[in-house]
Design a protein around this ligand. Structure first.
Ligand SMILES: C[S@@+](CC[C@H](N)C(=O)[O-])C[C@H]1O[C@@H](n2cnc3c(N)ncnc32)[C@H](O)[C@@H]1O
Length: 484
């Protein structure tokens, strides 16, 4: 075997203090080491040009190294003070939103050029749609309990009952959220320390990630912007459950948030994997209702805890408006025909499209059975006819329904972050629809699929960026493909 060539600049595990000079897609800051041996590139996720950071080398090759951010030593000149507690989930909160947009546009274009081979992507750019709320835009948060905390002054791990988010760059260490992070509901986050104190006073243990034991695991909160209600889900192990009174906890939440509390669910998760929802285990309603209602573009959607729902509903309205705009740009490819809404979640896009089109039959497909149940209920609720929903894997569904081949004007695609699997994409291409409206929360996988679609005869007609996730590296894209 040939010996792998090592670089002469850094070693795995080495800690570097480095200036970030550039920005690559996905929030990867780029630093450079220059010396007599030449130039070497350092990628540090969640950083910005102008920041001076401490980072640790995780992987290195001949010409570049991937690092983990340990600490921002000096902010960039572009950053401004904010009244929020900084959390790892919002690394750009101190950067003015216009500057965030500038980086997102530039890096998404780079991606479509490099991965999608669309060299003239800038000429296809329609617009960047801003989030109506720059702050407090999320409708769901997952706060984790941890038995290991972090002393920021002494810069060391400590035994502590915490409730908040993981300390940046660790899987074992929690960090208390003591006040509003600027992303979710300010009242919930300003009261989170009270919830922590309540749980700590029970003397039951928070989750200890290295030991994989403990009682309290997660507190998940969902919010409706339409009703201002809150739905809570407490996730614990079953071990000490007889010692914890769930009804008293529900009363405590009502004491804190009054009639904003729509309900409390309790999930048992005895699995060692660090997730909120276990594949085994149970979920039961403790208090109130198990769903909340959200309104989007005049339609009502009932959402259960497990179903996917856009995390920024006010911006999702703008996203959906853009999707509908692209779909209805050629109305004869939608009216009086069948439209597939693939990866449809709770069926939002299909329902909005059906309410605006003429005599269109929408067929929605999603792998999560509870999302499809919600979709069916929502269609009834909104009194929208002409919709069919199937709980299935998209690839399998297309195998079992060959009747759509050569019959479709428009397909809506909105896959999860992993994008569309190559086999399923082939099946979608074989349907030979005239137009595709492809929504993505991960332009990297969308750019990969774009190359396949273009090779199959599709033409990238336009692209919009929707800033669904301010202060993060994420961006949502809507691309319209058509074919002659
Ligand atoms: C980004 S969400 C889209 C949801 C929806 N369009 C909306 O706006 O609410 C992606 C959806 O893809 C679904 N999904 C993931 N893999 C799938 C598969 N192989 N087949 C069908 N659906 C899948 C997920 O359950 C999720 O609801």
């Amino acid at each position: 075997m040939p010996k792998r060539e090592r670089n002469k600049f850094v070693k795995r595990g080495q800690v570097l203090d480095i200036l970030i000079e550039d920005y690559a897609f996905g929030g990867k800051g780029i630093g450079r080491i220059r010396n007599e041996k030449g130039e070497f590139v350092i990628f540090v996720p969640n950083t910005l040009p102008g920041q001076f950071v401490k980072a640790q080398v995780k992987k290195s090759s001949k010409s570049y190294a991937e690092c983990k951010l340990l600490e921002v030593l000096e902010p960039s000149e572009d950053e401004v003070e904010m009244p929020f507690q900084t959390i790892p989930g919002a690394p750009y909160i101190n950067l003015p939103i216009d500057k965030q947009h500038e980086y997102k546009i530039k890096s998404t274009f780079e991606l479509f050029k490099r991965i999608g081979k669309v060299t003239d992507i800038a000429s296809k750019f329609d617009e960047l749609v801003s989030s109506p709320n720059t702050f407090h835009y999320r409708n769901k948060m997952e706060y984790g309990f941890s038995a290991i905390g972090y002393d920021h002054e002494k810069k060391t791990d400590v035994d502590e009952f915490t409730l908040g988010f993981k300390k940046r760059g660790t899987w074992w260490c929690g960090d208390n959220l003591n006040k509003d992070s600027g992303l979710f509901d300010a009242e919930v986050e300003n009261q989170l320390r009270e919830i922590r104190k309540y749980c700590e006073a029970t003397e039951l243990q928070p989750w200890h990630a290295p030991k994989k034991e403990g009682f309290f695991r997660y507190l998940v909160v969902r919010k409706s912007y339409e009703t201002n209600k809150l739905l809570f889900n407490l996730v614990t192990t079953s071990h000490d459950l007889p010692q914890f009174n769930l009804n008293n906890f529900a009363d405590f939440l009502v004491q804190l948030f009054g009639n904003r509390v729509a309900g409390l669910l309790h999930t048992i998760n005895d699995e060692i994997g660090d997730r909120t929802i276990a594949t085994t285990g149970s979920i039961q309603l403790v208090y109130g209702e198990d769903k909340i209602v959200e309104e989007l573009l005049g339609l009502n959607f009932e959402i259960s805890m497990k179903s996917f729902f856009q995390t920024n509903p006010k911006c999702a309205e703008k996203l959906y408006a853009k999707v509908i705009d692209y779909a209805l740009e050629q109305k004869d490819a939608v009216d009086n025909s069948v439209v597939l809404d693939l990866f449809c979640g709770t069926g939002t896009i299909g329902q909005i499209l059906a309410s605006k089109a003429q005599n269109t039959q929408i067929v929605g497909v999603d792998i999560v059975a509870s999302a499809i149940e919600d979709a069916k209920e929502n269609a009834k609720r909104n009194d929208i006819k002409g919709l069919k929903f199937y709980a299935a894997d998209v690839g399998k569904f297309l195998n079992e329904h060959p009747k759509y081949t050569n019959k479709l004007g428009t397909i809506i695609l909105d896959p999860a972050r992993a994008g569309i699997s190559p086999k399923t994409l082939k099946k979608i291409i074989n349907l030979n629809a005239k137009r595709l409206v492809y929504v993505s929360c991960n332009p990297a996988t969308q750019a990969r699929d774009t190359e396949q679609l273009i090779q199959a005869g599709y033409h990238l007609k336009k692209i919009s960026l929707v800033d669904q996730f301010p202060h993060t590296a994420h961006i949502e894209t809507v691309v319209l493909f058509d074919k002659k």
